[in-house]
Design a protein around this ligand. Structure first.
Ligand code: ADP
Length: 189
């Protein structure tokens, strides 16, 4: 278990299947169409049941596609969570298309939505590093920096920010990035 403690709460890393987690919210790495897909998106819809897609369809009808860097909230069907936050990360296309800031914006949006909904715990997958091909070393740095700076600087109900990585290799990348951040961050006095 890898943990970084902040004034508000802990940011932790574990290996696992995010659909098995118990938390107030589970984040989905969705696509902007919001109507399901492969990877973690497919797994969440399969495990949570059809109500999640029904809610996504209503959001889609109401507000159209969800742009990358943003996110929307649905219930969590039969998952052990209250909500699914469907976040749309950027598709990697070489690094000169604002992919980094867009990825950071997707994480920030989830953290802000969780705070708006007064949630205490949230689980993230590694957004954009699967089918969207964002290099994981850089993505992990952006993901963790965004969460650490949010948990250190913002008034939030969140106390438990959990990254659930799907492979040992992904976990190792996130762990080394978290360790780098820990050494540059002073604990609260
Ligand atoms: P994206 O399109 O944003 O790249 P993917 O779902 O293709 O999203 O991949 C994002 C990450 O989620 C990848 O690292 C993938 O291995 C991981 N992943 C896939 N299924 C699960 C799952 N059930 N739990 C946690 N992570 C998962």
């Amino acid at each position: 278990m890898y943990v970084l403690t902040t004034d508000n709460g802990a940011i932790s890393l574990k290996r696992g299947d995010i659909t098995h987690e118990t938390a107030d919210a589970i984040v989905n790495a969705a696509n902007s169409g919001l109507l399901g897909g492969g990877g973690v998106d497919g797994a969440i819809h399969r495990a949570g049941g059809p109500s999640i897609l029904e809610e996504c369809k209503l959001i889609r009808e109401d507000q159209g596609k969800c742009p990358s860097g943003s996110a929307v909230v649905t219930g969590a069907g039969s998952l052990k969570a209250k909500f699914v936050i469907h976040a749309v990360g950027p598709i990697w296309s070489g690094g000169n298309r604002n992919e980094g800031p867009t990825l950071a914006a997707a994480y920030s949006k989830c953290l802000n939505l969780a705070t708006e909904y007064s949630l205490a715990s949230i689980c993230f997958p590694s957004i954009s590093t699967g089918a969207y091909r964002f290099p994981i070393e850089e993505a992990a740095k952006i993901a963790l920096e965004t969460c650490v700076s949010f948990m250190r600087g913002k008034a939030t109900t969140l106390q438990d920010v959990r990254f659930v990585l799907f492979s040992d290799d992904d976990l190792a990348v996130y762990a080394s990035r978290l360790e780098e951040l820990s050494s540059t961050i002073k604990s609260p006095a």
